[in-house]
Structures are given as C-alpha cells and as structure tokens.
Design a protein around this ligand. Sequence first.
Ligand SMILES: [Fe+2]
Length: 333
Amino acid sequence: MVGITALVSRTGLLPSGIVEKVEIKQPTWVYQKLLSRQTNLCATLCCPSYPDIYRDTKVDTKVKKDYYRASMVSPTLLDILNMQWLSPEMIKFDQHLKFPHLTNNSDPAMKRSEVNDIISSAKEFFSGQKFMLPEWAHWPPEKWLGKRGICNEIAENKLGWDITDFGSGDFYGVGLTLFTIRNGNWNRKDKSYCEKIMISEEEQVTPMHFHWSKSEDIINRGGGNLVMELYQATGEDHLSDSRVTVSIDGILTGVTAGEQLVLKPGQSICLTPRLYHRFYAQKGHGKVLIGEVSMVNDDVSDNRFYEKVGRFPDIDEDTPPVHLLVNDYPLYF
Ligand SMILES: [Fe+2]
C-alpha cells in the first residue's frame, strides 16, 4: 500500500494553518476525507519527502505528476490554497486524480518526443564543441532507480537537463536548452555557486528577465555570436532607457538600452541583479554554446520576467523519456 505524507489543516489555511502532519497508509483515506469533508484538508502535500507513490509502478505517471505539482512550494501553491476542489465531481480518484487549477495550465505542453530530439541534438553539439557532460547526463530513466540517497544533490539542486520553451509553444522561436552542472541552495548554504551550459539556436529568444539576487556571467563558449539586449530596471521594474554600464571580460563598457550587443566566442558579460537581459544567437552565424557561471540559481523565486512566461513546461508524454529533465526526478527515484 502506498504511504503518503499529508499536511492537514484544521483551519483551512496553509501554510500558516498547518497544525498536523500525518502519515497516511492508504491513499483512499485522503480522498474519502476530501469527499466527506471531515476535515479541511487543503492540499495533500506529498513532497518534500518524495513518498512511495513515486516509486509505485502501479500508480499512473499522470497521477504522480499531479501529486508533484500539488506539492511544489511555488506561486502555484496559492492556487492550491484557493482552489475549490473539494467537490466529488472534480476528483476521480479511481481513475486519475486531477488538480484542475494546476493541470489546466494555459501554456501549451511540450511533447516528450520533441524534448528527446532536442536533448539528442544538444548532446551532439556539446560533443562537437568538446564540452563533456557528467556521466549521469547520459543515463536512461531506469538507471536512476534506487539512487535517491546518493543522487540527492542532483535532485535537490535541480542539476541536469532543463528544456524550456518558456510556455511559447514554439521552442525554436522562444526557448533555451540548459544543463545545470552544479548548483547550491540559498537556504542550506551548501554551495554558493552555479554553473550551467546552454544552447541558443539562431534567433531563439530567451525572454527579457532579471534576477533579484543572482549575479551571473554569461559566456560565449563557442559556435556563433550571442546577441544580448540590456535594460536597467526602473524602480517599478519597467525598462529604463538610460545607458547601461556592464563589465565585458572585466572591461567596463557603456551600452545603449536595448542595443544589440554582440558577444563573440570567448567573450563574456557580467549581469548584475535587476539588469534586464534578453539573448539569442545571431542569425547566419550558427547556434551558440553558452556558459553560465553564477551565484546560486533559484528558478522558483529569483527570476523576474518582463512579460509573463512559463519557466518549466508541462510535458505531453507521447513517448517515453530518453533522459530525465530536472522536474522528472521525483517521478522516477
Ligand atoms: Fe538570466
């Protein structure tokens, strides 16, 4: 039987209203409670303990995903708290448990087959550029099974493959291939730095954003030219039209707001907090291998996109994964 850890609130408020943490031996108990409204169970927050449900092969992947989404402490938690999903017709627990406010993401999902193709092409490009990835970058999903203990740092700090179309539904127009090689955690202070390797295709835009806390060096490590557009944020987080001074390989350089600054292979730029940036590979010069050396990366709370975008797309499982994405780990090990 699957064991689930649930946070139960008697007040109807989470997280401040959390009064009880219970171990539920039988999942139907949760659903029965929901249906009978015997308690104000606001959300069955199954993480962070990665409960057995993820390892139970009899539980459908879609159900696992719904549990995972419900468990993420992110802005979507507000949706969980506010949603009115206690009515029986909204929960078909003998089929798939649905969290309508979470699964009805208005952004189009990326197909797993597309993600597989993107990763395959990325591995080829990394290899061609002589950039070698950790061994586990090539592991199939089954190789992760049973390694939760020894691979905890990878899962907790979201190391690995991260393919995003920023919710655009058009990966090659707006999207980015990322592989996080190392990262820490602001709260645990286990490591204060991060390194990523990324690929931007020609004119494939990473949307305008800044970071509240993170400083990052973005490095053109090879391939084509990287175009960077910069704006200082105003006090109201709008785009300032004032000139920007940035460090390019240690040389202070004045840039006009929004100017197309071209970084050739070998060049890097230091992006400080509240400096809006948008980038893409220059047309006609090929895709770019982009390095990032930065302070700790936190995609949950440190990104401020100028326009609303999705950071981690839903995945339409039209085919099995060849490699896991960072958000897949809880589903597999
Ligand atoms: Fe950034």
